[in-house]
Design a protein around this ligand. Structure first.
Ligand code: PGA
Length: 255
C-alpha cells in the first residue's frame, strides 16, 4: 500500500448509494476533481457497490476503496456477512472497524474490533479504527478514558509494525449525523491524546499514523478542522453523498 499522503479524505456512504447511483457519483466526482488530490482519497461504498466503484475508477488508481465492515472470522456459516478475504478479493484495500453505528446500533464490542483489526491486517486490508465517546460520556468527563480504551483494545492484537500501518478516526458520537461538529480545538484536544497513546504504543512510527476527525464534516468546516493540531484528515458521512460537496471537501486543506 503506498503511503497515506496527508490529508486523508475518507467517504463513508453507509447504507446509501447502490451500484447505479455509485457509477453516476464517480462520473460526477471525477468531472469535478479531474486531477489527483494532493492528499489521499478513500471511498467506502456499500459492499454491493464496491465492484462498480472500482470499475468506474479504473483510470484513477489514486482514489482508493474500502468496505464499511467485515466479520471477524475468516469464513463459514455467517449468513449475510463479508470476510476480510472476500473484501480484499473484491478490491477493497481498507475497512472501517468499530464505527459508532457498529458499536451502538449493532452492539459490536471492543473485543470484536480487536479481532476485526487483526483479521483485516492478516489479509492485507488497512483497518480504519473508529473511536469516540457518547454525549453522556463526554458530560461525565470520560472522553479520554473511553477513547483510549477503544484505541488500545482495538489495536491490542496487532504487532507494532501493523499498528504503524493503521488509520485512526476520532468520531465523537454526538457529532455524527447531527450537524453538531466538534470545534477544531475540541478535536485537537482528543487527537493529541490519541497521538500520545500511539507514540507510547509503538514509538516514533506512531507520529506517522493518520488520525482523522469525523462527525458532521462539511465543505464549510472541513478546512478549519484540517487545520487543527494532529488532525490528519476527515471521515465524512452525509456530506460525502453529493459529488460536488465531496469534491469541495477533497480540495480543502490541500492548497
Ligand atoms: P457524518 O458521518 O459526516 O454524517 O456525521 C460521519 C461518519 O459516521 O463517519
Amino acid at each position: 500500500m503506498p503511503p497515506h499522503t496527508r490529508p486523508v479524505f475518507a467517504a463513508n456512504w453507509k447504507m446509501n448509494v447502490g451500484p447505479t447511483a455509485a457509477a453516476a457519483f464517480v462520473e460526477s466526482f471525477l468531472a469535478a476533481s479531474p486531477t489527483p488530490s494532493n492528499g489521499t482519497v478513500i471511498l467506502f461504498p456499500s459492499a454491493l457497490a464496491l465492484a462498480t466503484v472500482r470499475h468506474a475508477l479504473a483510470l484513477r488508481q489514486d482514489i482508493r476503496v474500502g468496505v464499511q465492515n467485515i466479520h471477524a472470522e475468516e469464513k463459514g456459516a455467517f449468513t449475510g456477512e463479508n470476510s476480510a478475504i472476500i473484501a480484499a478479493d473484491a478490491g477493497a484495500a481498507y475497512v472501517l472497524v468499530g464505527h459508532s453505528e457498529r458499536r451502538h446500533v449493532f452492539g459490536e464490542t471492543d473485543a470484536e474490533t480487536a479481532r476485526k483489526c487483526a483479521r483485516a491486517v492478516e489479509h492485507g486490508l488497512v483497518p480504519v479504527l473508529c473511536v469516540g465517546e457518547t454525549i453522556e460520556q463526554r458530560e461525565r468527563g470520560e472522553t479520554e478514558h473511553v477513547v483510549l480504551h477503544q484505541l488500545r483494545t482495538g489495536l491490542s492484537s496487532l504487532s507494532h509494525d501493523a499498528v504503524a500501518d493503521v488509520i485512526i478516526a476520532y468520531e465523537p458520537v454526538w457529532a455524527i449525523g447531527t450537524g453538531r461538529t466538534a470545534t477544531p480545538e475540541d478535536a485537537a484536544v482528543v487527537h493529541r491524546v490519541i497521538r500520545a497513546a500511539l507514540v507510547e504504543l509503538v514509538g516514533e512510527p506512531g507520529r506517522g499514523i493518520p488520525i482523522l476527525y469525523g462527525g458532521s464534516v462539511t465543505p464549510v468546516n472541513a478546512a478549519a478542522l484540517l487545520g487543527a493540531d494532529q488532525v490528519d484528515g476527515v471521515l465524512v458521512g452525509g456530506a460525502s453523498l453529493d459529488p460536488a460537496s465531496w469534491a469541495a471537501i477533497c480540495s480543502a486543506g490541500t492548497t
